[in-house]
Design a protein around this ligand. Structure first.
Ligand code: GUN
Length: 303
């Protein structure tokens, strides 16, 4: 088998390692000044995939020197119990970031839970304060997966201004914030979804395709303009040839000869999500310090 030219592969693992090395250096500096960033990760129930994600987040935090606090509640925990825990974490000065792992059990109102998190501790960027801030182009906490995708795109493409980006999928976690970040980077952005007409033709116009639909190998070579840059956010487990394996939303083997660069699955976007969670924890701490500073500074103008 011919080796894949490395210039075509967008190596999320290597980029994530660089992001984490920067975070580690920053954390070490903060700790010298007596401050240790803290991240609380809340898991409700026993969903197998969520347990793996939470374990990885806690492990990675430890590796970069962030104090992590894992909080588990049983599947039958009430909404009130979860809200009380979030209130406690909001008040805790040693907790700078709060993440509630999704999905939550069906009896819990996810929106109310997300809205209960202090927006300055909302390292997922899901609170409406942060969603609105992103839409307005303000400097706020932004969702980790799309933020990680933007870093990969900037490294792969250089200048993004004027490029036509097609985002496939309109989820609150990836598709919508991804579109907002691309717009902020001066791309021309099209969002396509399950009800769009002629998905393929729309994708074929794209200089950049970001696939985030959760459908294994939906996008094949025919959907892609020659030389496109492809970011595959999908992580789908399939059974193939009697084996279980992870594949993306893009048919990687078919797309490879056609594109100028593409993320593999696994090893592309996945590692970037956790790296940006760590980066967001530092950003959250910084935003909280700025807010505290503003509170201490007397207002000199008549207000
Ligand atoms: N579940 C799947 N992705 C995410 C994420 O980015 N954040 C949280 N909190 N839960 C998730």
């Amino acid at each position: 088998m011919n080796a894949i030219p490395s210039v075509k592969l967008i190596d999320g693992k290597a980029t994530a390692a660089r992001v984490l090395a920067d975070v580690r250096t920053h954390v070490a500096r903060l700790r010298e000044s007596g401050l240790q960033p803290g991240l609380a990760v809340v898991l409700v129930g026993t969903d197998a995939a969520s347990q793996v994600y939470v374990r990885n987040k806690v492990l990675r935090a430890g590796e970069v020197g962030i104090r992590s606090l894992e909080q588990r509640l049983p599947s039958d925990a009430s909404q009130a119990q979860l809200l009380e825990l979030i209130e406690q974490l909001n008040r805790d000065p040693d907790v700078h970031g709060i993440l509630v792992q999704l999905p939550l059990p069906a009896h819990i109102d996810e929106h109310q839970v997300v809205q209960a998190i202090d927006p300055l501790k909302d390292v997922d960027g899901f609170h409406s304060h942060n969603v609105g801030g992103l839409a307005q182009g303000r400097s706020v906490l932004t969702p980790c997966t799309p933020s990680g995708c933007m870093r990969l795109l900037r490294d792969a493409c250089g200048e993004l201004r004027g490029k036509h980006a097609v985002v496939v999928g309109r989820s609150n976690i990836v598709g919508k914030p991804m579109a907002a970040l691309l717009l902020q980077a001066d791309c021309t952005v099209t969002v396509v979804h399950s009800r769009s007409r002629d998905l393929q033709a729309l994708c074929r116009q794209a200089d950049i395709v970001v696939a985030a639909v959760g459908k294994p190998r939906l996008i094949d070579a025919d959907w892609l303009k020659p030389g496109a840059v492809v970011i595959d956010v999908g992580i789908n487990r399939i059974e193939e040839d009697g084996r279980s394996r992870l594949v993306g939303d893009v048919d990687f083997a078919a797309a490879l000869p056609r594109v100028s660069a593409i993320t593999p699955v696994p090893g592309g976007v996945g590692p970037m999500t956790i790296a940006y969670l760590m980066k967001n924890t530092l950003l959250a701490l910084d935003l909280q310090r700025q807010a505290a500073q503003q509170e201490r500074t007397p207002c000199l103008s008549p207000c």
